[in-house]
Design a protein around this ligand. Structure first.
Ligand SMILES: [Zn+2]
Length: 104
């Protein structure tokens, strides 16, 4: 299950303002699946809008509130992507090489 983000950047006034700006100014399209987002849905709804960072805050904390780094995404798409990143980091730390499914 997706957990609430614990990063302190999400508990600031700057973040609230950044999300409000993103939800009113960015096109309501999920940047992961490319499907429209129904902005009337709550952010807790699976298909509701969440504000996502193009460059992750974990690696680019200085871009946390930079508007150019903000994108909208479905709640579920954003959660899936977060899991995928964690898997990737975990694999990398174990020294597992990523294999492509294709022979180049
Ligand atoms: Zn999506």
């Amino acid at each position: 299950m997706a957990r609430r983000p614990s990063n302190p950047i999400y508990h600031t006034r700057e973040w609230r303002e950044a999300t409000r700006w993103a939800k009113t100014h960015l096109p309501p399209i999920c940047h992961w699946c490319g499907e429209p987002i129904d902005m009337r849905l709550s952010g807790r709804n699976k298909w509701g809008a969440t504000v996502d960072h193009l460059k992750p805050v974990r690696t680019h904390p200085e871009l946390a509130y930079v508007r150019a780094n903000l994108q909208l995404a479905h709640n579920s798409c954003n959660a899936k992507r977060t899991l995928a990143i964690h898997d990737g980091v975990e694999s990398a730390s174990r020294g597992v090489k990523v294999r492509t499914s294709r022979v180049w």
